[in-house]
Design a protein around this ligand. Structure first.
Ligand code: X2X
Length: 357
């Protein structure tokens, strides 16, 4: 009997040590996104999972769950669910993380980045600079591993009622915004009547006329056929929504060093693709050239032409018109500056100034 016990113990010990260190890979990893797979956000997420599957020889299989399925619609819970491991990976918006990470409201300061001579250069300078480093640190300090930046895009206004070019035009209009306090503050400061709502409920509210307007990047509102309900677009670029590729730290640690390197590189590459998709025809041509160079030009390469074709009327605001809105929201910027932290906002201003011509 004693011999048998010893033998069993030995077998147990041997088994424990013979398990390879990284055998605990899951059959499927879940990745959370808010919109549909047909948006630049969705395409950028799928490209990441394709690259990882291919480069791991099929060993690492990540599945994209669109439409906020993994947060059961509650998109602003995404950060907590990645942190606690309910969700393995996410490509998420800075807005949806901002309720847990006040620093991310930097990108939602009204007309802060858009007012720069080149808004894309300014955004890239933040991401590459000291302020970007501070933001990534805030994300990681709160318990989520950051992999790469992506982009939802600069956010424009659409509505069903009339052309909006001045704060007076927007007066009293019911506008759907994401459930993040700075958005309520900004729209109230302009004189509108904002209501918070998850994206998964938004199209129904728009169809039923519960709200008059909403704000999102073109590449996010076009695929859900916003033009069937909203004829008017106001291009004011008032805030930007960069997305982040992230992973739960426990899941991250379960990968071999070699796989970690591959996953990180895939996220950066997919992020570059997503950023270019979000910018195509809206920047100086850089995005188009990049997508062409990697042989991945999307179906729509001229947003203004496409919006006109589906009957949308786009009001491109002049700098003076933008200033009227920025003047209204200046107190919001002032108030949120201290909430976000002067150190980060100052650093962002310095990062942007360094590339301003
Ligand atoms: O809810 C939105 O407006 C969206 C899809 O842009 C985000 O998830 C921030």
């Amino acid at each position: 009997m004693k011999k048998l016990v010893t033998l069993l113990a030995l077998v147990t010990v041997l088994c424990a040590f013979s398990v390879p260190a990284f055998a605990a890979y899951k059959a499927e990893y879940k990745l959370d996104i808010v919109p549909s797979l047909t948006t630049s956000w969705g395409m950028g997420a799928v490209y990441f999972t394709d690259l990882v599957r291919e480069r791991s020889g099929g060993k690492i299989n990540i599945k994209v769950y669109p439409g906020s399925q993994l947060t059961t619609g509650a998109q602003t819970n995404a950060f907590m669910l990645v942190r606690n491991g309910t969700i393995d990976f996410a490509v998420q918006s800075s807005i949806n993380y901002s309720p847990q990470l006040v620093e991310l409201n930097l990108f939602a300061l009204p007309f802060f980045i858009a007012n720069q001579p080149d808004k894309y250069a300014a955004l890239d300078a933040i991401k590459a600079g000291k302020s970007g480093e501070m933001i990534v640190k805030a994300v990681e300090d709160k318990g989520v591993k950051f992999l790469a930046w992506g982009e939802n895009g600069f956010r424009e206004l659409t509505n069903s009622k009339k052309e909006i070019r001045t704060p007076q035009d927007l007066e009293g209009m019911k506008i759907r915004v994401v459930g993040s306090p700075i958005f309520l503050d900004a729209f109230r400061a302009i004189g509108a009547n904002p209501v918070t709502m998850n994206w998964s409920d938004t199209m129904a509210a728009i169809q039923q006329g519960v709200v008059d307007g909403q704000e999102n990047p073109i590449s996010t509102f076009y695929p859900v056929k916003m033009h069937e309900y909203h004829k008017f677009v106001t291009e004011w670029h008032y805030v930007v929504d960069p997305t982040m590729y992230v992973v739960n730290p426990g899941v991250w640690k379960s990968f071999s060093a070699e796989d970690q390197k591959m996953i990180q590189e895939a996220a950066v590459e997919a992020g570059k693709y997503m950023i270019a998709l979000a910018r195509i025809s809206l920047d100086d041509g850089t995005a188009h050239k990049y997508l062409e160079s990697i042989g991945k030009l999307p179906e729509i390469t001229q947003w203004h032409k496409t919006l006109a074709e589906v009957g949308m009327k786009v009001a491109i605001l002049t700098p003076e018109e933008v200033k009227a809105f920025a003047d209204k929201t200046a107190p919001v910027v002032k108030e949120w500056r201290s909430k976000i932290g002067d150190a980060i906002v100052d650093a962002a201003e310095a990062d942007m100034a360094a590339v301003a011509k």
